[in-house]
Design a binder for this molecule. Structure first.
Ligand code: URA
Length: 197
């Protein structure tokens, strides 16, 4: 791992992922971003291009970021697991724990004001408990990650808004709250659409 950009270049900890990946997909965005998004794992598009969230989910994320007064160039985007699981299955517990060190190093180095977890797998991975994402979206929890205090904001996964349009409002509100927590002016007087945190 390079300490400069926390990129992993040669990991072989997960045999199944080494076999299924085309490349390792590292996080993107500024090394001092105020908002850090954590997804689950790269899909086919991400595996092909070597960047997180560049397929349909990425389009939704980009759109919602702009709505919230943020944009991809100003936020950090990464995943719990850096290699595409075969057939887009969920990463196993062992794969999540093998990759955890890289995620923790990235969070520690970026030191964001808020970590936004996109969907069930990253929310449970960061909070260390079961999470009902649709119920808990927008909830902010103070936790320790690698011994440091962090603020974790649960979000629905952008792909969920494609299957269920009613989740788009929740997603937009959560991103507006993330912008507030990061001190970004959203055009709404700086007030969260979710209310005060
Ligand atoms: N879904 C994720 O969780 N991560 C990506 O990088 C792309 C889609």
């Amino acid at each position: 791992m390079s300490s400069e950009n926390f990129s992993v270049t040669d990991c072989e900890r997960c045999p199944a992922l080494c076999a299924s990946r085309s490349r390792i997909v590292n996080g993107t965005g500024p090394a001092d971003a105020d908002v850090l998004f954590v997804g689950e794992a790269p899909g086919a598009n991400e595996d092909e291009r070597g960047e997180p969230f560049v397929g349909r989910s990425g389009d939704v994320l980009d759109e919602a970021l702009l709505e919230a007064g943020l944009d991809r160039e100003t936020v950090r985007i990464t995943n719990c697991v850096r290699c595409r699981p075969p057939d887009n299955r969920d990463p196993t517990g062992e794969e999540l724990s093998n990759c955890r060190e890289y995620l923790e190093a990235e969070i520690a180095a970026v030191d964001p004001a808020v970590v936004v977890t996109l969907g069930k797998v990253p929310s449970e991975h960061m909070l260390g408990r079961d999470v009902a994402v649709t119920k808990e979206a927008g909830d902010l929890t103070d936790v320790r990650i690698a011994g440091e205090p962090r603020r974790v904001l649960v979000s629905v996964h952008p792909a969920a808004t494609l299957y269920d349009r009613s989740q788009r409002g929740t997603f937009d509100e959560t991103l507006a709250a993330a912008a507030d927590l990061a001190g970004v002016e959203t055009g709404g007087g700086g007030q969260s659409r979710l209310g005060e945190f």
